[in-house]
Design a protein around this ligand. Structure first.
Ligand SMILES: C[S@@+](CC[C@H](N)C(=O)[O-])C[C@H]1O[C@@H](n2cnc3c(N)ncnc32)[C@H](O)[C@@H]1O
Length: 303
């Protein structure tokens, strides 16, 4: 990891620690309830989109789901509740998942969630241990996006699916426009590579994308307006410098969406089943997939 990446990971952790450490009656929690309907939610997933995410996972019976970057449990907890799947919540910081465990009624569920503090790029689970891997507005915050997707593929069972919402740079822009946008000060965490390319490079198949940018614009405006409504209280709490910085970032994102630079999509993809090599007696080297034992190898074919 470079010193810059280290610094940016530390800043991300500090920011989210603070987000999840506020009380449920704090101004932040009240705004989160007004905008998303769930205190502790920090992204853009709406109630309606929880169903879309659940459907995209195509879960088998008695499924095991891994949620990455769970924060306070949105939208992983309603997905777990709707499907009765055994769910593991993970995040880089402990404050969010600890708060998720305190969600009302959570401990009484038939399959109460388990939690772990872990980076999405280095998941501490056995290969092939989950039927589905999900996240919402996490890939866009992570520096090593390909490593996170490759780690997700490793822990999925063959035939298992990943489904996630992420903000990304519009793939229809020219490569240089995408690069320039991803280098801008506010959006440096976004990758110029299309997410579908990253998924394919990470070894996923059956890749699907559903554009949800209109809903993203609506929710981005709702966040901006809610903070404006509570401006006096928020300035007193955060200080004017921080309040203005956060509102400027929200406005810049809204302009990025309206200008066609930023998109948000629901992506889903499958970990393919290993191909059984077709045995032709030959002196040529075999030309099948590399042994699929769950180890992370460079994803390239020798043939
Ligand atoms: C925008 S929030 C989304 C949280 C939640 N899914 C939601 O929609 O409210 C991004 C979350 O990703 C977590 N995160 C950031 N980088 C991460 C990483 N490398 N590995 C795991 N989690 C990470 C943050 O701590 C934060 O909780």
């Amino acid at each position: 990891m470079t010193a810059h990446a280290d610094q940016s990971a530390l800043e991300t952790m500090a920011k989210f620690r603070e987000c999840y450490s506020t009380g449920t009656e704090s101004i932040e929690s009240r705004i989160e309830r007004e905008v998303i309907g769930f205190p502790g939610a920090t992204g853009y997933t709406t109630f309606e989109q929880v169903g879309d995410l659940t459907n995209a996972l195509r879960l088998p019976r008695r499924a095991r789901i891994l949620d990455v970057g769970s924060g306070a449990g949105w939208p992983a907890l309603p997905v777990a509740s709707a499907t009765a799947a055994h769910t593991v919540l993970t995040d880089l910081v402990s404050e969010g998942v600890t708060r998720a465990l305190r969600c009302p009624g959570c401990a009484d569920w038939r399959t109460a969630p388990a939690v772990a503090v872990a980076s999405g790029a280095a998941l501490p689970f056995k290969a092939r241990s989950f039927d589905a891997v999900t996240h919402a507005d996490v890939l866009c915050c992570v520096g090593s996006k390909l490593r996170m997707l490759t780690a997700s593929r490793r822990v999925l069972k063959p035939g298992g699916r990943t489904a996630f919402f992420t903000i990304h740079v519009a793939p229809a822009l020219s490569p240089s426009a995408r690069r320039d946008f991803a280098r801008s000060r506010s959006f440096h965490a976004y990758s110029p590579s299309p997410v579908t390319d990253l998924l394919a490079t990470a070894g996923f198949a059956d890749i699907e994308e559903r554009d949800v940018t209109p809903a993203y614009l609506h929710t981005a405006c709702a966040w901006y307006e809610a903070w404006t409504r509570h401006e006096t209280e928020a300035r007193a709490l955060l200080g004017s410098v921080k309040f203005d910085e956060q509102q400027a970032y929200r406005l810049e994102s809204i302009r990025g969406i309206e200008g066609g630079f930023l998109k948000r999509s629901l992506f889903s993809a499958m970990r393919p089943h290993p191909r059984i090599p077709f045995a032709i007696p030959s002196t040529d080297p075999p030309c099948g997939d590399p042994p699929d034992d769950g180890a992370d190898r460079p994803l390239q074919s020798a043939c």
